[in-house]
Ligand binder design. Structure first.
Ligand SMILES: NC(=O)c1ccc[n+]([C@@H]2O[C@H](COP(=O)([O-])OP(=O)(O)OC[C@H]3O[C@@H](n4cnc5c(N)ncnc54)[C@H](OP(=O)(O)O)[C@@H]3O)[C@@H](O)[C@H]2O)c1
Length: 291
């Protein structure tokens, strides 16, 4: 039995679909029973659990041959990101240790080998470390910057002709489609390694800069979009203007600085390097089609 948490999200939905398509027994974990109905119809078992309620999450993970887990992102207005991340991390690890799935696949990120100066990624490092130390067989899927992150900027960029961001315009970095993350997760569950911790670093088909991203936005929309690098402080202030808490906004500022400085980068070494096939063009076209 494979257990998939975060099944209503970007990556969990794709992983669960891939496992069901491979005729595997799947238990999906939802917070709201109504969101489980479509999965039940497709033959999955449904468990209702939240990370905050450790007992419910432990029950949901029990008996798993393989389990997919992630640290859900904080709310946009979360005032105390550190306290929120620390509490969720402790609960998630408690549930994993108690249920002890035969194999845990954890959604991590490029740069999660570092404990600091990586913005939101720094909260994934303690989970990698704890799972490594626990001796539980674990795979860390360290995904690149999600292509879907541009969903928040696409409309404004097309309307104004400018894609504003704190990244250096010509700095190439990895971007991956969440569909490719979900598929990689399913493959990792279906093909576990022998023991201990395994790292999969997951990039997209090619590295892209902010300039390249703006060019793809132009190509898919037929409108001219130019990349505009703004000072990181201005980007942080603008995120706060859009309702992000100081903590959340400054985390993104640190992330952008980390990418610009090549600190948020692949670890390499023993990690397995995988490239997804989905292009940014495909992802942006799908976003435009949805409207
Ligand atoms: N954005 C990036 O560029 C990037 C890059 C690398 C790694 N990451 C990491 O990716 C992760 C997010 O993955 P994602 O995009 O697949 O997630 P997502 O689409 O935001 O989905 C989050 C899922 O978690 C569930 N959830 C939320 N709070 C929960 C709780 N308290 N207990 C149980 N379930 C809960 C949600 O269910 P509901 O439907 O109930 O809300 C949803 O299914 C984060 O850890 C982030 O650091 C992000």
């Amino acid at each position: 039995m494979f257990v998939v948490t975060g099944v209503t999200g970007h990556t969990g939905s794709v992983a669960a679909e891939a496992l069901l398509a491979a005729k595997q027994a799947v238990r999906v974990v939802v917070r709201d029973a109504a969101k489980g109905a479509q999965w039940k119809e497709r033959g999955a078992e449904v468990a209702i659990a939240t990370i905050e309620d450790t007992a419910s999450m432990t029950r949901a993970l029990e008996g798993a041959t393989g389990a997919y887990v992630l640290l859900p992102p904080p709310a946009w207005g979360e005032p105390n990101v550190a306290a929120n991340r620390t509490a969720l991390t402790a609960n998630l690890l408690t549930a994993l240790r108690a249920a002890a799935p035969k194999h845990t696949v954890f959604l991590s990120s490029v740069g999660a080998q570092h404990a600091d100066k990586t913005g939101p990624i720094k909260w994934l490092n303690p989970i990698e470390r704890a799972l490594r130390e626990s001796g539980l067989r674990s795979t860390f899927v360290r995904a690149a910057f999600f292509m879907e992150n541009w969903g928040g900027s696409l409309g404004g960029a097309l309307a104004s002709g400018s894609l504003y961001y704190g990244l250096a315009a010509d700095k190439k970095f990895s971007q991956v489609a969440t569909k490719d993350i979900g598929r990689t997760v399913a493959n990792a569950l279906l093909e576990p390694h022998a023991s201990g911790a395994r790292v999969i670093e997951l990039a997209g088909p090619e590295e892209l800069s902010l300039d390249d991203t703006a060019a793809v936005m132009s190509a898919v929309s037929g409108k001219s979009v130019k990349a505009v690098t703004v000072p990181v402080e201005a980007m942080v202030a603008s995120l706060e203007g859009m309702g992000a808490s100081k903590d959340v906004a400054s985390g993104y500022g640190e992330l952008v600085q980390g990418i610009n400085a090549n600190h948020v980068a692949w670890e390499g070494g023993a990690a397995q390097f995988v490239r997804g096939a989905t292009t940014l063009e495909t992802v942006l076209r799908a976003m435009l089609a949805k409207g």
